[in-house]
Design a protein around this ligand. Structure first.
Ligand SMILES: NC(=O)c1ccc[n+]([C@@H]2O[C@H](COP(=O)([O-])OP(=O)(O)OC[C@H]3O[C@@H](n4cnc5c(N)ncnc54)[C@H](OP(=O)(O)O)[C@@H]3O)[C@@H](O)[C@H]2O)c1
Length: 272
Protein backbone atom coordinates (compact mmCIF):
# COMPACT_ATOMS: atom_id res chain seq x y z
CA UNK A 1 0.00 0.00 0.00
CA UNK A 2 1.61 3.29 -1.12
CA UNK A 3 -0.09 6.51 -0.08
CA UNK A 4 0.49 9.73 -2.00
CA UNK A 5 0.32 12.93 0.03
CA UNK A 6 -0.11 16.18 -1.88
CA UNK A 7 0.74 19.41 -0.07
CA UNK A 8 3.38 17.35 1.74
CA UNK A 9 5.45 20.39 2.67
CA UNK A 10 2.42 22.19 4.13
CA UNK A 11 1.07 22.41 7.67
CA UNK A 12 -1.13 19.35 7.37
CA UNK A 13 0.82 17.36 4.79
CA UNK A 14 4.00 17.32 6.84
CA UNK A 15 2.18 15.75 9.78
CA UNK A 16 0.35 13.32 7.52
CA UNK A 17 3.58 12.08 5.96
CA UNK A 18 5.17 11.70 9.41
CA UNK A 19 2.23 9.82 10.89
CA UNK A 20 1.86 7.44 7.95
CA UNK A 21 5.60 6.75 7.90
CA UNK A 22 5.66 6.20 11.68
CA UNK A 23 2.85 3.67 11.29
CA UNK A 24 4.95 1.80 8.75
CA UNK A 25 3.09 2.74 5.58
CA UNK A 26 4.84 3.37 2.31
CA UNK A 27 4.51 7.12 1.67
CA UNK A 28 5.21 9.30 -1.36
CA UNK A 29 5.42 13.01 -0.51
CA UNK A 30 4.32 15.32 -3.33
CA UNK A 31 4.71 19.08 -3.70
CA UNK A 32 6.37 21.40 -6.20
CA UNK A 33 9.35 21.56 -3.93
CA UNK A 34 9.22 18.44 -1.74
CA UNK A 35 12.88 18.63 -0.80
CA UNK A 36 12.18 21.88 1.10
CA UNK A 37 11.23 19.67 4.04
CA UNK A 38 13.19 16.88 5.66
CA UNK A 39 10.92 13.83 5.81
CA UNK A 40 11.47 10.67 7.85
CA UNK A 41 13.82 8.10 6.38
CA UNK A 42 12.20 5.94 3.74
CA UNK A 43 9.71 8.56 2.54
CA UNK A 44 9.87 8.96 -1.21
CA UNK A 45 9.57 12.49 -2.61
CA UNK A 46 8.32 13.47 -6.07
CA UNK A 47 8.08 17.01 -7.47
CA UNK A 48 4.50 17.52 -8.60
CA UNK A 49 2.66 20.64 -9.65
CA UNK A 50 -1.07 20.15 -9.19
CA UNK A 51 -1.69 22.58 -12.05
CA UNK A 52 0.24 20.21 -14.37
CA UNK A 53 -1.69 16.96 -14.81
CA UNK A 54 1.21 15.19 -16.49
CA UNK A 55 3.37 15.70 -13.39
CA UNK A 56 0.65 14.14 -11.23
CA UNK A 57 0.30 11.19 -13.61
CA UNK A 58 4.03 10.53 -13.41
CA UNK A 59 3.81 10.28 -9.63
CA UNK A 60 0.93 7.79 -9.50
CA UNK A 61 2.65 4.50 -10.32
CA UNK A 62 1.94 1.90 -7.64
CA UNK A 63 -0.23 4.20 -5.52
CA UNK A 64 -3.19 2.78 -3.59
CA UNK A 65 -4.13 5.87 -1.55
CA UNK A 66 -4.20 9.60 -2.27
CA UNK A 67 -4.52 12.63 -0.03
CA UNK A 68 -5.53 15.48 -2.32
CA UNK A 69 -5.43 19.25 -1.81
CA UNK A 70 -8.45 20.66 -3.58
CA UNK A 71 -7.34 24.29 -3.55
CA UNK A 72 -4.08 26.18 -3.82
CA UNK A 73 -2.62 29.50 -2.83
CA UNK A 74 -3.77 32.43 -0.76
CA UNK A 75 -7.12 32.69 -2.54
CA UNK A 76 -7.81 28.94 -2.59
CA UNK A 77 -7.83 28.47 -6.35
CA UNK A 78 -9.47 25.16 -7.23
CA UNK A 79 -7.03 22.66 -8.75
CA UNK A 80 -7.65 22.11 -12.48
CA UNK A 81 -8.33 18.87 -14.41
CA UNK A 82 -9.75 17.04 -11.41
CA UNK A 83 -11.85 14.58 -13.44
CA UNK A 84 -8.80 13.51 -15.45
CA UNK A 85 -6.67 13.44 -12.30
CA UNK A 86 -9.10 11.09 -10.54
CA UNK A 87 -9.37 8.88 -13.64
CA UNK A 88 -5.61 8.64 -13.78
CA UNK A 89 -5.49 7.81 -10.07
CA UNK A 90 -8.08 5.05 -10.42
CA UNK A 91 -6.27 3.70 -13.48
CA UNK A 92 -3.01 3.55 -11.54
CA UNK A 93 -4.61 1.49 -8.76
CA UNK A 94 -5.62 4.11 -6.20
CA UNK A 95 -8.59 2.85 -4.19
CA UNK A 96 -9.00 5.42 -1.44
CA UNK A 97 -8.90 9.24 -1.49
CA UNK A 98 -9.06 11.91 1.18
CA UNK A 99 -9.57 15.54 0.23
CA UNK A 100 -8.43 18.51 2.23
CA UNK A 101 -11.52 20.43 1.48
CA UNK A 102 -11.61 24.19 1.74
CA UNK A 103 -15.23 24.44 2.74
CA UNK A 104 -17.12 24.92 -0.49
CA UNK A 105 -18.16 21.94 -2.51
CA UNK A 106 -16.76 22.39 -5.98
CA UNK A 107 -15.58 20.50 -9.04
CA UNK A 108 -12.86 18.56 -7.22
CA UNK A 109 -15.20 17.21 -4.58
CA UNK A 110 -17.70 16.31 -7.30
CA UNK A 111 -15.00 14.56 -9.34
CA UNK A 112 -13.90 12.63 -6.26
CA UNK A 113 -17.45 11.51 -5.49
CA UNK A 114 -18.04 10.46 -9.10
CA UNK A 115 -14.72 8.62 -9.37
CA UNK A 116 -15.89 5.28 -7.97
CA UNK A 117 -13.08 5.42 -5.40
CA UNK A 118 -13.64 5.33 -1.63
CA UNK A 119 -13.51 8.95 -0.52
CA UNK A 120 -13.55 10.98 2.67
CA UNK A 121 -13.74 14.78 2.68
CA UNK A 122 -11.76 16.34 5.52
CA UNK A 123 -13.12 19.86 5.86
CA UNK A 124 -11.34 21.90 8.52
CA UNK A 125 -12.35 25.35 9.72
CA UNK A 126 -9.46 27.51 10.93
CA UNK A 127 -6.03 25.96 11.41
CA UNK A 128 -4.18 26.73 14.67
CA UNK A 129 -1.14 27.34 12.50
CA UNK A 130 -2.81 30.41 10.98
CA UNK A 131 -1.54 32.17 14.13
CA UNK A 132 1.98 31.98 12.70
CA UNK A 133 1.08 35.05 10.63
CA UNK A 134 1.51 37.07 13.86
CA UNK A 135 5.12 35.99 14.33
CA UNK A 136 6.83 39.14 13.07
CA UNK A 137 4.68 41.56 15.10
CA UNK A 138 5.08 39.41 18.19
CA UNK A 139 8.84 39.21 17.81
CA UNK A 140 9.26 42.91 17.02
CA UNK A 141 6.67 44.54 19.27
CA UNK A 142 4.96 41.94 21.45
CA UNK A 143 1.64 42.80 19.85
CA UNK A 144 -1.00 41.23 17.63
CA UNK A 145 -3.27 43.44 15.55
CA UNK A 146 -6.34 41.94 13.92
CA UNK A 147 -9.77 42.89 12.67
CA UNK A 148 -12.70 40.72 13.82
CA UNK A 149 -10.51 39.30 16.59
CA UNK A 150 -13.48 39.08 18.94
CA UNK A 151 -14.95 36.24 16.85
CA UNK A 152 -14.13 32.97 18.59
CA UNK A 153 -13.18 30.29 16.08
CA UNK A 154 -12.54 26.70 17.13
CA UNK A 155 -9.24 26.12 15.31
CA UNK A 156 -7.89 22.64 14.69
CA UNK A 157 -4.31 21.46 15.15
CA UNK A 158 -2.80 20.55 11.76
CA UNK A 159 -1.59 17.25 13.23
CA UNK A 160 -5.17 16.39 14.18
CA UNK A 161 -6.41 17.23 10.69
CA UNK A 162 -3.66 14.95 9.39
CA UNK A 163 -4.58 12.23 11.89
CA UNK A 164 -8.19 12.20 10.70
CA UNK A 165 -7.00 11.90 7.09
CA UNK A 166 -4.51 9.16 8.05
CA UNK A 167 -7.23 7.17 9.79
CA UNK A 168 -9.55 7.47 6.79
CA UNK A 169 -6.79 6.50 4.35
CA UNK A 170 -5.57 3.49 6.31
CA UNK A 171 -8.70 1.96 7.85
CA UNK A 172 -11.31 2.39 5.15
CA UNK A 173 -13.89 2.95 7.88
CA UNK A 174 -14.80 6.49 6.90
CA UNK A 175 -15.76 6.18 3.25
CA UNK A 176 -18.45 8.56 2.06
CA UNK A 177 -18.06 10.90 5.05
CA UNK A 178 -17.80 14.68 4.91
CA UNK A 179 -16.07 15.64 8.12
CA UNK A 180 -16.38 19.22 9.30
CA UNK A 181 -13.39 19.42 11.56
CA UNK A 182 -12.98 21.97 14.32
CA UNK A 183 -10.77 21.97 17.40
CA UNK A 184 -11.63 21.35 21.05
CA UNK A 185 -12.24 24.96 22.14
CA UNK A 186 -13.54 28.25 20.74
CA UNK A 187 -10.97 31.01 21.22
CA UNK A 188 -11.16 34.66 20.20
CA UNK A 189 -7.86 36.11 19.02
CA UNK A 190 -6.95 37.70 22.41
CA UNK A 191 -7.17 34.26 24.06
CA UNK A 192 -4.93 32.77 21.39
CA UNK A 193 -2.46 35.62 21.90
CA UNK A 194 -2.51 34.97 25.66
CA UNK A 195 -1.73 31.28 25.06
CA UNK A 196 1.21 32.18 22.80
CA UNK A 197 2.45 34.64 25.45
CA UNK A 198 2.27 31.94 28.12
CA UNK A 199 4.18 29.53 25.87
CA UNK A 200 7.03 31.97 25.15
CA UNK A 201 7.05 33.54 28.62
CA UNK A 202 6.27 37.04 27.40
CA UNK A 203 3.32 39.35 28.00
CA UNK A 204 1.69 40.10 24.66
CA UNK A 205 -0.92 42.71 23.74
CA UNK A 206 -3.87 42.47 21.40
CA UNK A 207 -5.00 45.54 19.45
CA UNK A 208 -8.37 45.42 17.72
CA UNK A 209 -8.36 46.86 14.20
CA UNK A 210 -11.28 48.12 12.13
CA UNK A 211 -11.96 46.26 8.90
CA UNK A 212 -10.16 48.95 6.88
CA UNK A 213 -7.17 48.92 9.24
CA UNK A 214 -7.09 45.14 8.98
CA UNK A 215 -6.96 45.35 5.18
CA UNK A 216 -4.19 47.95 5.33
CA UNK A 217 -2.14 45.77 7.66
CA UNK A 218 -2.37 42.91 5.16
CA UNK A 219 -1.32 45.26 2.32
CA UNK A 220 1.63 46.32 4.47
CA UNK A 221 2.82 42.73 4.75
CA UNK A 222 2.59 42.33 0.97
CA UNK A 223 -0.72 40.50 0.52
CA UNK A 224 -2.57 41.05 -2.73
CA UNK A 225 -6.06 42.56 -2.84
CA UNK A 226 -7.76 39.32 -3.89
CA UNK A 227 -6.23 37.43 -0.97
CA UNK A 228 -7.07 40.26 1.43
CA UNK A 229 -10.73 40.24 0.36
CA UNK A 230 -10.82 36.45 0.74
CA UNK A 231 -9.35 36.50 4.26
CA UNK A 232 -11.41 39.48 5.46
CA UNK A 233 -14.57 37.95 4.00
CA UNK A 234 -13.94 34.71 5.91
CA UNK A 235 -12.99 36.53 9.14
CA UNK A 236 -15.98 38.89 9.06
CA UNK A 237 -18.55 36.23 8.35
CA UNK A 238 -17.21 32.74 8.97
CA UNK A 239 -19.41 29.68 8.46
CA UNK A 240 -21.10 29.14 11.83
CA UNK A 241 -19.84 25.57 12.19
CA UNK A 242 -16.23 26.81 12.25
CA UNK A 243 -17.00 28.51 15.57
CA UNK A 244 -18.27 25.37 17.27
CA UNK A 245 -15.81 23.04 19.02
CA UNK A 246 -16.25 19.39 18.17
CA UNK A 247 -15.04 15.99 19.35
CA UNK A 248 -14.69 14.67 15.81
CA UNK A 249 -10.93 14.17 16.15
CA UNK A 250 -11.43 11.88 19.14
CA UNK A 251 -14.34 10.08 17.48
CA UNK A 252 -12.30 9.30 14.38
CA UNK A 253 -8.81 8.78 15.82
CA UNK A 254 -9.58 7.64 19.37
CA UNK A 255 -7.29 10.36 20.77
CA UNK A 256 -8.37 13.70 22.24
CA UNK A 257 -7.85 16.75 20.04
CA UNK A 258 -4.77 18.83 20.74
CA UNK A 259 -5.38 22.23 22.37
CA UNK A 260 -4.23 25.63 21.16
CA UNK A 261 -1.96 25.89 24.22
CA UNK A 262 -0.29 22.68 23.07
CA UNK A 263 0.17 24.04 19.53
CA UNK A 264 1.70 27.22 20.99
CA UNK A 265 4.10 25.17 23.19
CA UNK A 266 5.21 23.16 20.18
CA UNK A 267 5.81 26.30 18.11
CA UNK A 268 7.60 28.70 20.46
CA UNK A 269 10.48 28.99 17.97
CA UNK A 270 8.09 30.65 15.51
CA UNK A 271 7.41 33.52 17.93
CA UNK A 272 10.82 34.05 19.57
N1 LIG B 1 -5.44 27.62 6.73
C1 LIG B 1 -6.71 27.38 6.94
O1 LIG B 1 -7.32 27.92 7.88
C2 LIG B 1 -7.45 26.39 6.06
C3 LIG B 1 -8.75 26.04 6.40
C4 LIG B 1 -9.43 25.09 5.63
C5 LIG B 1 -8.80 24.49 4.55
N2 LIG B 1 -7.54 24.87 4.24
C6 LIG B 1 -6.93 24.21 3.07
O2 LIG B 1 -5.73 23.60 3.46
C7 LIG B 1 -4.85 23.59 2.33
C8 LIG B 1 -3.50 24.12 2.76
O3 LIG B 1 -3.03 23.28 3.74
P1 LIG B 1 -1.74 23.58 4.55
O4 LIG B 1 -1.95 24.74 5.49
O5 LIG B 1 -1.34 22.27 5.08
O6 LIG B 1 -0.71 24.01 3.42
P2 LIG B 1 0.24 25.27 3.42
O7 LIG B 1 1.09 25.19 4.64
O8 LIG B 1 -0.56 26.49 3.12
O9 LIG B 1 1.13 24.91 2.16
C9 LIG B 1 0.59 24.76 0.88
C10 LIG B 1 0.98 23.40 0.33
O10 LIG B 1 0.51 23.30 -1.01
C11 LIG B 1 1.61 22.98 -1.85
N3 LIG B 1 1.36 23.59 -3.14
C12 LIG B 1 1.06 24.88 -3.37
N4 LIG B 1 0.88 25.07 -4.71
C13 LIG B 1 1.05 23.85 -5.28
C14 LIG B 1 0.98 23.38 -6.60
N5 LIG B 1 0.70 24.20 -7.64
N6 LIG B 1 1.19 22.07 -6.85
C15 LIG B 1 1.49 21.22 -5.84
N7 LIG B 1 1.56 21.61 -4.56
C16 LIG B 1 1.35 22.90 -4.29
C17 LIG B 1 2.83 23.55 -1.15
O11 LIG B 1 4.01 22.90 -1.50
P3 LIG B 1 5.17 23.54 -2.41
O12 LIG B 1 5.16 25.02 -2.17
O13 LIG B 1 6.41 22.82 -1.96
O14 LIG B 1 4.73 23.15 -3.77
C18 LIG B 1 2.48 23.21 0.29
O15 LIG B 1 2.78 21.86 0.57
C19 LIG B 1 -5.42 24.49 1.28
O16 LIG B 1 -5.88 23.70 0.23
C20 LIG B 1 -6.56 25.19 1.98
O17 LIG B 1 -7.64 25.35 1.12
C21 LIG B 1 -6.85 25.79 4.97
Amino acid sequence: MTILVTGATGNVGRHLVEQLAAEGHSVRALARNPDAVRFPAGVETVAVDLTDLASVERALAGATGLHLLTALGSTNQTIPDSVALLEAAAGAGVRRVTTLWNGYKGPVEEAVEASGLEWTHVQPGEFMSNAAVWAEEIKAEGVVREAFGHIAHAPAHPADIAAVAATALTTGEHAGQEYRLTGPEALPVPAQVEAIGAAIGRELRFEALTEEQGKQRMRDIGMEDEAIDYVIGWRADPPKWTLEPSDLVEQVTGRPARTFAQWAEENTAVFK
